[in-house]
Design a protein around this ligand. Sequence first.
Ligand code: NAD
Ligand code: TYD
Length: 334
Amino acid sequence: MKLLVTGGAGFIGSNFIRYILKKYPNYQVVNLDLLTYAGNLENLKDIEKNPNYQFVKRDIADKDLVNDLVKDIDIIVNFAAESHVDRSILDSAAFIHTNVVGTHNLLEAAKNNGGKRFHHVSTDEVYGHLGPDDPAFNEKTPFAPRSPYSASKAAADHLVMAYFFTHNLPVTISNCSNNYGPFQFPEKLHGLFITNLLEGKKVPVYGDGMQVRDWLFVEDHCEAIDTIIHKGKIGETYCVGGNTEKPNIEITKKILELLGKGEEMIEYVKDRPGHDRRYAIDFSKIKAEFDWEPKTNFDEGMKQTVEWYKNNQDWWREIKSGEYLKYYEKQYAR
Ligand code: NAD
Ligand code: TYD
């Protein structure tokens, strides 16, 4: 099988490529990634010489390039996205370009080349947010996105389903809860808080810190996508969750504990505008159909994550200093 993985230089995409090449040594992977601020080839250093791996630095919205690339591939797995809610509040143009226009371009290329298999990686944030006692999101929950990020992801999900109904494109979608683990960019909760503490800085908890997310270790997400691309029913959506609902303050205190730091390192800051209060996922469909469920428990996942940031300080220090971007500017200068 030959996969076109978009956004493979980002957090989840790079974990997924490593997972696939290890599990299926005969598969080929083409990684199409624009290397925005969030894309980093250091994430794939250990596999860059693998003969079954190829990297292409381009935009998923590039019509001719994408059309050529998909010709000899079997499946597109679309991770490429602008993924950070706070950035979408400051400026959402790139979110519309990549998440909506880019996904549309991939769908067109899939349709125009014989109807390629298409898996779209999406988020639980398309469903909006929950009150403390509301039942968890499932595949039937109506979309109600509340940030420019989640609105752009919802638009993409609608397009994917439109190509299934209108053009018979063989699609699947996964809507997953918050991921954490190795290679997460240090602007998201775990990456930022762990690296701040390793630098001796405080951690900025938004509002009262009681917003709840359903945390999933990234490798478990990779396994869910692997399951769906091989066994998923065409035209179906699968909700993927961690069974680990935690308020942000509990995550924060766990990180402090693992790093031997005290609560004086917490700084409560102004809340995010429109901050979604709670996400939770009911993953009983993928569990019932394919027996998928998360394998990594919270304590184990948190321990592995903190250890990874402790042992890979060059990786995140280069990102935080901005050095990694200068390297790509030189490498890909025209
Ligand atoms: P990320 O921001 O770490 O990585 C995104 C990658 O996409 C980067 O490598 C970037 O260079 C690339 N990219 C951006 N614009 C591009 C373009 N126009 N053309 C080609 N490449 C482009 O994101 P992530 O956290 O790894 O998330 C991956 C996917 O999973 C996203 O679609 C996101 O919506 C979804 N998702 C993420 C989470 C999470 O907790 N991180 C949870 C559920 C779903
Ligand atoms: P984030 O990792 O940005 O994911 P998302 O917004 O997509 O859920 O944030 C996770 C939670 O952590 C969210 O409720 C916002 C909160 N948060 C903070 O309190 N402080 C921070 O500095 C960041 C980045 C996030």
